[in-house]
Design a binder for this molecule. Structure first.
Ligand code: DLL
Length: 433
């Protein structure tokens, strides 16, 4: 089922008209209502009247996370604060958090975008959904909640955590859909086994996983463990929350709702527009949002994009799985390392688990050191030292052939790496640079 057939299956020519009209409106709207945008446009010498169609989007300035932080808390809002009906906050690691506000219309937009996403994953009205994303300032829980309401699902608003209770809810209420972070889905499987449950017997048939990067190998692991279809959902608080893009059952890229979240892919250093299939930074313009519309927002997420029609019938472009964030990327001895590359290596080696952590350190006057902690299966850990050594060497070899740098690998017992009920923490950077 397709939630909004008109918008999701519109031909590109007609869509261009819709986007052009919406872009013209939103540009005038922010110019009039949001002083920081007016200043940015004036500095560049662009007037709303210069924007005739969607192709003129490249004339507009980019917006970056610091624009939001610098105007903390409400400076980038385009509506008076009394019209804002809900506020969410995305916690960063440094400085002020990013604050986003939704008008009543924005909540409607979010519900629609999320209903499209949940439907795209394969849910049907009447299904039960267990929402294991955190409720609260994080957008995950409430975003799924609004979309599920819009779609007519029965909601189990479990929020994140309390794993034993999650599993009991699943066993007793038998929801068909599970929504949580992919790392939490795997964490729950360990707990299920400990409780004497076989994850393969679970009622969950479809998982909607996102909020953190996860590899194809991790998908296979989740699908095999839970005997379910694992789909990817993408989104970010600044744009709306979850529901910006979603995979359909073909798992051939995430459909991005381009009538409302207009995507571009650019070269992260030069800002140049990249072509279909080229990997670069995803930039999104919110074409209809009112509370805090963003023009050409640089997401820092690396993707490629394709425009060909999908087998499911949708004509929206599709973005690749997120290949990591420019700011999640760690540079070790000059080499760019994404946690997802390490995850991919680990999952291809038998006996290892997708629970891992990268620790980077630099002692005074020395080179960076990368240490990778990897959990191994119980039986391997209790095996002879020689076998452990062989496994360690194998991981080292694979990693150095893929990354081109050496790393220390330390095998650790199952469950030693701290688990998260939300986003997993994959990197610990101890360097004082
Ligand atoms: O994580 C919104 C969300 C909630 C998405 C639930 C999906 C499900 P933020 O906390 O603002 O919002 O974090 C946004 O998380 O820029 C990406 O770097 C990362 N991210 C989100 N979804 C994915 C995904 C929510 N499917 C940031 N794959 C984004 C990889 C993702 N990374």
């Amino acid at each position: 089922m397709i939630w909004n057939e008109k918008m999701e299956c519109m031909d590109a020519g007609e869509m261009k008209e819709v986007q052009s009209e919406r872009l013209r409106k939103i540009v005038s709207y922010v110019y009039k209502n949001c002083p920081p945008y007016k200043t940015k446009f004036d500095t560049l010498g662009v007037r709303p009247g210069d924007i005739k169609g969607i192709e003129d989007i490249q004339k507009l300035p980019f917006t970056i996370k610091d624009d939001m932080r610098d105007s903390y808390p409400f400076g980038l809002f385009s509506t008076p604060i009394h019209k804002i009906k809900e506020i969410h906050v995305s916690s960063g690691t440094t400085g002020n958090p990013t604050v986003v506000g939704y008008t009543k219309e924005d909540i409607k937009l979010w519900s629609e975008a999320m209903a499209r996403a949940i439907c795209c994953a394969g849910a049907e009205p009447g299904d039960k959904i267990q929402i294991g994303y955190g409720y609260g300032l994080f957008t995950g829980g409430l975003g799924f909640h609004y979309g599920s309401l819009e779609m007519g699902l029965t909601i189990i608003p479990a929020s994140s955590g309390q794993t034993k209770r999650q599993l009991k809810l699943m066993t007793d209420f038998k929801p068909r859909i599970l929504a949580c972070t992919p790392s939490y889905a795997l964490y729950m499987a360990d707990e299920a086994r400990e409780m004497g449950l076989d994850p393969r017997d679970s009622s969950w048939e479809i998982g909607i996983f996102g909020a953190e990067p996860w590899s194809e190998s991790m998908r296979k692991e989740i699908e095999a463990t839970w005997n379910m279809l694992a789909t990817d959902v993408y989104g970010l608080s600044e744009i709306i929350g979850p529901g910006v893009a979603q995979e359909c059952r073909h798992k051939a890229g995430l459909h991005i709702w381009w009538d409302v979240f207009y995507p571009e892919v650019i070269h992260p250093e030069t800002g140049r527009a990249l072509g279909e299939g080229e990997v670069g930074e995803l930039v999104i313009t919110t074409l209809t949002k009112k509370g805090i519309p963003l023009i050409r927002y640089r997401t820092r997420d690396n993707v490629s994009i394709i425009y060909e029609k999908c087998r499911c019938g949708r004509t929206t472009p599709r973005i690749s799985k997120i290949k990591g964030r420019t700011d999640d990327m760690i540079v070790v001895r000059g080499i760019n390392v994404f946690p997802s590359q390490i995850e991919h290596v680990l999952l291809s080696i038998e006996g290892t688990q997708p629970h891992y952590q990268l620790i980077v350190d630099r002692k005074a006057g020395e080179l960076d050191e990368l240490e990778i902690l990897v959990e191994v299966e119980e039986k391997i850990f209790s095996d002879e030292v020689k076998k452990m050594q062989m496994l360690e060497d194998k991981i080292k070899r694979e990693i150095s052939s893929i990354l081109g740098i050496g790393a220390r690998v330390k095998l650790v017992e199952p469950k030693t790496i701290e688990r998260s009920e939300g986003k997993a923490k994959r990197v610990i950077d101890k360097r004082k640079i």
